[in-house]
Design a protein around this ligand. Structure first.
Ligand code: ATP
Ligand code: MG
Length: 425
């Protein structure tokens, strides 16, 4: 026997019945996006590597150690499996001049790839839903995006997600903060881990984002960017807070919230759960007013978020929201082989009328076919036997537990009779 092949470590198959939960979640997301006027965008899974290096920032976890990058063997082009999708959405918007007539509200969903240590809530192929509002300066749109996520939690029946917000200010605010931050960390150099030491002069803000428990105390005592905000940044942040309060949305200001990507400015936010262990951030985002220009577009403000689908589904599973396996309306049992063409035709007519019909395949006795019909969860068995075939009828048997198990014969013409019968009329 040849040896078995398995999926790449950290990359999961999503199988029935779990996939039903995914489908349900995706349908809720589509409904959400429709309600807020966000339009769907689909970009390639592979992008030129410089897009992410430029977009996400050279000194970030993602670009330094998490990207699946390779060289196209045909033309030598450096390519990367997308680790996130904001940079690609911006690339597409710039490439196709989407902002020519004003701001655009866009959304996406799909797999992302990061070479991380696999654990609960952290995979190498994972999935995100993202919403991006391009061309709007906020803070009204920042609030809209946050409230949109809140509505999704409500639609999904999820409780207990906390909102944390922060303001990263503008470049001058960050420059004065940066100087203080470097001085502070230099004064505590012996407490810095390797990553922090390396980032001290290239990207000290990133140190605040550390996951190293040994550095938390040091980070807690660091100078706060919030204390360096200029007039304009403060007004923006205050504006967002007012809108959130007016919408009855509670939040806490977390001065250490800096986000793992370089492109953010002004508002940043995270929705956090206490039910997911170490991987508690379910949805994260913020404003990235500089990114569009950085990717070669005309300067325009933007804001967005991305949520981790696996983490949301973990919460749904804990809330015991069982995936609803799709139930066929009918299972076709073929007790008389020559009836097959007619059975196929009837199944097609029923499907055209919106019913879900499972055809028995693989032959077998009436008894074994009835067992399969039961096991399928179908509401009815449609039995094509010899007598029915001669009479132009079909046997209909309710398979519902508690329902009467009598079989009755229903004429095939007009087929509305059968459709009514199966629709529970
Ligand atoms: P973390 O701090 O958990 O590493 P991040 O800041 O790297 O998250 P983002 O790039 O902001 O994450 O991605 C947005 C969301 O996508 C996260 O809040 C999380 O829900 C999800 N996510 C990120 N990385 C992974 C992963 N490797 N596996 C599963 N979900 C992930
Ligand atoms: Mg990460």
């Amino acid at each position: 026997m040849t040896s078995k092949l398995s999926a790449v470590k950290g990359m999961n198959d999503i199988l029935p019945p779990e996939s039903a939960r995914w489908e349900w979640f995706e349908s809720q997301v589509r409904e959400l996006m429709r309600a807020y006027g966000y339009r769907n965008v689909r970009t390639p899974i592979v992008e030129p590597t410089p897009l992410f290096v430029r977009g996400i920032g050279e000194v970030t976890d993602i670009v330094e150690k998490e990207m699946y990058s390779f060289t196209d063997s045909l033309n030598g082009e450096p390519l990367t499996l997308r680790p996130e999708n904001t940079a690609a959405i911006v690339r597409a918007a710039v490439e196709h001049n989407l902002l020519y007539d004003g701001g655009k509200r866009l959304w996406y969903t799909g797999p992302m790839f990061r070479h991380e240590r696999p654990q609960r809530g952290r995979y190498r192929q994972f999935h995100q839903v993202g919403a991006e509002a391009l061309g709007f300066a906020g803070p009204d749109v920042d609030a809209e995006l946050i409230l949109m996520a809140r509505r999704l939690w409500t639609m999904l029946g999820l409780r207990g997600l906390r909102l944390e917000i922060n303001c990263l200010g503008q470049a001058p605010d960050r420059a004065s903060h940066r100087a203080k931050l470097i001085a502070y960390f230099e004064a505590h150099a012996q407490q810095l881990d390797e990553d922090a030491r390396r980032r001290l002069h290239s990207n000290p803000l990133r140190i605040l984002d550390t996951k190293n428990p040994a550095m938390q105390e040091l980070v807690q005592g660091a100078p706060r960017l919030l204390d360096e905000l200029g007039e304009e940044s403060r007004a923006h942040f205050e504006g967002l807070q007012q809108l959130l309060r007016a919408s009855g949305q509670e939040f806490s200001v977390n001065a250490r919230l800096v986000r793992g990507l370089d492109y953010y400015n002004l508002s940043v936010f995270e929705w956090v759960s206490d039910q997911l262990g170490a991987q508690g951030t379910v949805c994260a985002g913020g404003r990235y007013d500089g990114l569009i220009e950085q990717i070669g577009g005309k300067p325009a403000p933007a804001c967005g978020w991305a949520l981790g689908i696996e983490r949301v589904l973990d919460l749904l599973a804990q809330a015991e929201r069982q995936p609803q396996a799709p139930v066929p309306d009918a299972y076709v049992v073929l007790a008389h082989a020559p009836a097959l063409p007619r059975a196929l035709q009837v199944a097609e007519e029923l499907r055209a009328a919106g019913l879900a019909v499972l055809m028995h395949a693989g032959g077998g006795s009436l008894k074994s076919q009835m067992k399969k019909a039961d096991a399928s969860g179908a509401r009815h068995a449609l039995i094509f036997g010899e007598n029915e075939w001669l009479a132009g009828e079909v046997g209909v048997k309710s398979l519902r537990a508690g329902g009467e198990q009598q079989q009755r014969s229903v004429p095939l013409q007009p087929h509305s009779l059968l459709i009514d019968c199966l629709s529970g009329a």
